[in-house]
Design a protein around this ligand. Structure first.
Ligand code: FES
Ligand SMILES: [Fe+2]
Length: 450
């Protein structure tokens, strides 16, 4: 090197820093801080708890939503839901259901007895004169049963019952009422689970990721790539684009009615979104054989509606019900209005033999593993700051801002509940026994069988 050679300083930008060009710069992120705080979900909302057939008469079941343990009992044609945590020493009442009459539930351990309607402690088996009786109790939760599904309003202990909104505030927009506002020329009005004669067929299972990751996947317009090899796509010659790009400012319409759900409608398969059919540089091209048109919308507390899917006159609903901050119950439900028994049978046959295997399992299995693949990046909280979102991610960014404004409460971390402590010896033992952490309570009778 000659002495006259200038010293070169490094001027190359470090390409590994977080770019300011991302959709979610710090200013944008600050607009959805409440969403970032909602690791355990949004509370004071309606969530699906069980399918009707999962709760026969006199049956008791224990589940967990937003870190709240909930017991359901069907008794004399009525469904009750109460907090599934004894006020005495905290055991789950549903672990060993003990009922001495039609309107109460007793704790199997030391016999605290609770009224199912009010939650009040009204007796204690071996201490009927205790001064504690009548002065305490467990929280009760409003219940609705429609279309073969049981919904529970999961509330904070002090959320007034008088302020509980109707179920339809936490369900997708309805048609034909919304037909003028959200018209779509390519299919007839989407049915609703609230329609007369609505039949809901589906399944629910536990996913090992945060509910927000799961929910955002549901209406992510760039993720179609994960479905490109799915059997149903090829069997029915569907054409899915490589992705869908927003082309106008009104690609998404906010749903913020006074007396209705809060969410967003994405105008897919209209001129506001452009399907991407080719990527020349990568040598990818979609041949136009047979379009499969659909539209997604999502409302609080995380309910997806896929219109015109997987066939005409059917709609797919999905819920991503928070269990803890690292698990959610994934609900996939197809709804169709069946006017006759014959219609009902046909729909059930098609569900049992085609759609369950090829859609809810085959197709949506890919969504489940994609969400789980994202989980570790977000699990310690840093992912929300470090992700670098692009134009197609307008959907989650809009959703995060909207839910930050309209949620009815941010769930606090579950207290004294299953899976709240990730490294508890019980969680570890269950894992060692080959049982994944999940949604349902572990019944003592089942444990005693071996
Ligand atoms: S823990 Fe329920 S009565 Fe003691
Ligand atoms: Fe998907």
């Amino acid at each position: 090197m000659s002495e006259s050679t200038p010293v070169r300083r490094r001027t190359i930008v470090n390409k590994h820093e977080i770019s300011d060009k991302r959709m979610n710069d710090q200013k944008t992120q600050s607009q959805y801080q409440p969403y970032k705080d909602a690791a355990w979900g949004f509370i004071n909302h309606w969530y699906p708890a069980l399918f009707s057939e999962e709760l026969p008469d006199q049956h008791v079941e224990g589940i967990q939503i937003c870190g709240v343990p909930i017991l359901l009992r069907r008794s004399n044609g009525r469904i009750y839901a109460v907090k599934d945590q004894c006020v005495h020493r905290g055991v789950r009442l549903s672990a060993k259901p003990t009922c001495f009459n039609e309107t109460s539930i007793a704790c199997w351990y030391h016999g605290f007895n609770f009224d199912l309607e009010t939650g009040v402690l009204n007796n204690i088996v071996a201490n009927p004169d205790s001064t504690l009786i009548g002065t305490t109790g467990i929280t009760t939760y409003p219940v609705e049963e429609v279309g073969g599904m049981i919904f529970v309003f999961v509330r904070e202990d002090d959320f007034p019952l008088d302020d509980v909104p109707p179920l339809h505030h936490d369900l997708p927009v309805r048609f034909p009422e919304s037909g003028e506002r959200f018209p779509h020329p390519l299919w007839p009005s989407a049915p609703s689970i609230l329609d007369e004669g609505a039949v809901a067929l589906g399944m629910h299972r536990t996913g090992q990721s945060n509910w927000r990751i799961a929910c955002e996947n549901g209406f992510d317009n760039a993720h179609i790539l994960v479905h490109k090899d799915n059997t149903i796509v090829h069997a029915l010659n569907w054409v899915l684009p490589l992705g869908i790009l927003p082309t106008s400012d009104d690609a998404i319409t906010l749903i913020e009615d006074e007396d209705g759900p809060k969410g967003q409608m994405q105008w897919l398969f209209t001129d506001r979104w452009k399907p991407v059919l080719e990527n020349k540089d990568l040598g990818l091209k979609i041949e136009n054989v047979n379009g499969r048109f659909y539209r997604t919308s999502v409302v609080l507390p995380g309910v997806l509606m896929v219109e015109n899917w997987p066939e005409e006159h059917v709609v797919q609903y999905e819920w991503y019900v928070p269990i803890t901050d690292d698990m959610y119950e994934y609900w996939e439900v197809l709804v169709r209005v069946c006017k006759t028994d014959e219609d009902r049978k046909k729909f059930k046959y098609r569900f049992d033999h085609v759609y369950k295997q090829l859609c809810l399992e085959g197709f949506n299995d890919c969504d489940l593993y994609a969400r789980e693949a994202m989980e570790e990046f977000y699990a310690d909280g840093t992912g929300w700051d470090n992700e670098q979102l692009v134009e197609t991610d307008i959907s989650p960014v809009t959703w995060r801002k909207l839910t930050s404004r309209w949620n009815r409460g941010i769930a606090k971390p579950g207290k004294g509940v299953t899976n709240a402590t990730k490294t508890s010896s019980i969680r570890m033992r269950r894992l060692a026994e080959g049982k994944a952490p999940g949604y349902f309570v572990e019944k003592i009778d089942d444990l005693n069988k071996h």
